[in-house]
Design a protein around this ligand. Structure first.
Ligand code: FEO
Length: 169
């Protein structure tokens, strides 16, 4: 496999694990505020990110590539208001989309069709991730400033359940 593609795939394992760390930090922020439904939503989001990391890891293993695990950065976002994690979440997902696009671009330029096909699932997933993050922001803007609205939104987010990724390797 092309060296740059392999490097970016390996790096993405770390980026996805960092995403899990970031979402766990957000979950902790909400659980401290007793908004445990929001906490549940981000705890499940963190689980999804660990799944993403494992998919990249498995793809590398399946293709005989050496995996190098690097240190995971400390989550360094500061949350002062309950909608701060929501805004940071969308910003972060846009960044992750740009990383996926960079890997796709590198694979495309060397005609690595197998990696492009593997990444197709992530391209679609990132569309959904951005849409979910955007929807949370809009719901909070509509209902979050009213105590009853916030209570119901917290309940709605508390009902999210984990589902394993539809992609298996
Ligand atoms: Fe793994 Fe939220 O992207």
């Amino acid at each position: 496999m092309n060296e740059k593609v392999a490097f970016l795939l390996n790096q993405q394992i770390n980026k996805e694990l960092y995403s899990a760390y970031l979402y766990l930090d957000m979950a902790n922020y909400y659980i401290d505020l007793d908004l445990d439904g929001f906490g549940n939503w981000y705890t499940i989001q963190a689980q999804e990110e660990r799944d993403h990391a494992m998919l990249f890891l498995k793809y590398m293993q399946n293709n005989g590539l050496k995996v190098t695990l690097e240190a995971i950065d400390k989550p360094d976002k500061v949350f002062e208001k309950p909608n701060d994690p929501l805004l940071a979440g969308l910003e972060h997902e846009k960044y992750v989309t740009s990383l996926i696009n960079d890997i796709y671009d590198a694979a495309y330029s060397v005609k690595d069709f197998r990696t492009m096909q593997f990444l197709d699932w992530f391209v679609k997933e990132q569309g959904e991730e951005e849409q979910n993050a955007d929807s949370l922001i809009k719901k909070y803007e509509l209902f979050g400033n009213d105590p009853k609205g916030l209570y119901l939104l917290n309940q709605e987010l508390g009902a999210r359940v984990y589902t394993a990724p539809s992609l298996t390797l």
